[in-house]
Design a protein around this ligand. Structure first.
Ligand SMILES: Nc1ncnc2c1ncn2[C@@H]1O[C@H](COP(=O)(O)OP(=O)(O)OP(=O)(O)O)[C@@H](O)[C@H]1O
Ligand SMILES: [Mg+2]
Length: 357
């Protein structure tokens, strides 16, 4: 990448028999909000620690601003890391914890106090200056750790699940704060999370990881709308995944599935041949239910429904097929919604995504 600010080149990290990071190459631009997203144990923290200088890669190299930093100690890098377990100093109060980030700068007491209170207000902890570290909740400690990292205004902020211990409302507020701050100050952020919604809302780009590798690296909309594999589709949001066999390949691809019969879909840039086993992916919000058998409707049996306020989620089982179920999310289905009732499922096959693996 021509404008790469951080460059990770063929980096691996092996611990004994575990390959935590498996030959990852990745470029991050200046000012980008980049997220590493993936299930527990997929190597997110390890990769972040390699970037921060807390882990030496077994292979490959790391460049920041054109300078190789692979073996540079953490304190000499233009990075600052907030650790997953919100490490703050237990023997210091909140103010001292946050000001710790400024220890190398020669600041007057007033200037320091001003910066500390600005950082604390960013994480909504005004007035907590004198509180002891052990008198804070998990979420509060996490916010102190974040303030301590923010106060130095590092070029690169490495955040390992920094909002994990916060309740939903506070987490959403902090997400907005973080995004604003990152845009105003132009910090490059590498953000680790296993929460896909958080990654989708916050990021300019997301790398979806699994078992030490990157499955897809793309902007949130692309990750959500065009996942590149069944694994990514399955991990990001709710997705119906149907097995199918390619019948024929022309301008459109004809796929037959036990539940839907034959459907014609876009090739999604996949190279397929007649007879190939594929997956058809479709979001619950792209399916709908009705009481009447309009053309193209598929007879289904309702097996469950749950009310979410703004939408209702239905699980249905097509009458044809092998008993597998589909999830439908819909605002205004007025029909009967008791388990065992019959309804009609409608879809537009343009919303189906063809996936090869
Ligand atoms: N110091 C270590 N020694 C041995 N194995 C390690 C070490 N650190 C990490 N691992 C292993 O490497 C793999 C990746 O761990 P890592 O902490 O990077 O995962 P993660 O994606 O951050 O997971 P989580 O979401 O649970 O925090 C795991 O199998 C883990 O057990
Ligand atoms: Mg981790």
């Amino acid at each position: 990448m021509a404008d790469a600010f951080i460059e990770i080149a063929s980096v691996s990290k092996v611990f004994g028999s575990v390959t935590a990071v498996d030959n990852i190459s990745l470029s991050i631009r200046k000012g980008e909000f980049f997220s590493l997203l993936g299930p527990s144990g997929c190597g997110k923290t390890t990769l972040l620690r390699v970037l921060g200088g807390f882990e030496t890669p077994s292979d490959g190299k790391v460049m920041i601003e054109g300078q190789e930093v692979t073996h540079m100690p953490a304190h000499l890098r233009p990075t600052n890391m907030v650790f997953q377990n919100y490490a703050i100093f237990p023997h210091l109060n909140v103010e001292q914890n946050v000001a710790y980030g400024l220890r190398q700068q020669k600041l007057s007491r007033e200037a320091q106090a001003e910066k500390v209170s600005a950082a604390l207000s960013m994480v909504q902890l005004e007035g907590f200056e004198k509180r002891g570290a052990d008198e804070m909740s998990g979420g509060q400690k996490q916010r102190v750790a974040l303030a301590r990292a923010l106060i130095k205004r590092p070029k690169v902020l490495l955040l390992d699940e920094p909002l994990g211990a916060l309740d939903k409302k506070l987490r959403e507020e902090m997400q907005i704060e973080l995004r604003l701050l990152q845009q105003q100050v132009g910090i490059t952020v590498v953000f680790v999370t296993h929460d896909q919604e958080e990654a989708l809302t916050l990021s300019d780009r997301i790398a979806v990881m699994s078992e030490g590798r990157i499955l897809q690296n793309a902007p949130p909309r692309e990750i959500y709308e065009r996942p590149c594999s069944r694994a990514v589709a399955d991990f990001i949001g709710q997705m119906n995944l149907l097995d199918g066999i390619i019948e024929s390949v022309g301008e459109q691809v004809l796929v037959s599935s036990p539940e839907l019969g034959s459907v014609s879909v876009d090739s999604n840039n996949q190279t397929v041949r007649a007879g190939d086993a594929v997956t058809l992916a479709v979001r619950p919000e792209n399916l709908s239910l009705s009481d009447n058998p309009a053309p193209g409707g598929l007879a289904v049996t309702l097996t469950a429904s749950s009310y979410f306020g703004d939408t209702t989620h239905y699980r249905v089982s097509p009458l044809q097929g092998d008993g597998s179920t589909l999830d439908v999310s819909q605002q205004d289905y007025q029909g009967s919604d008791r388990s065992g009732d019959q309804a009609w499922l409608h879809f537009d096959s343009r919303n189906f995504l063809l996936l090869k693996d």
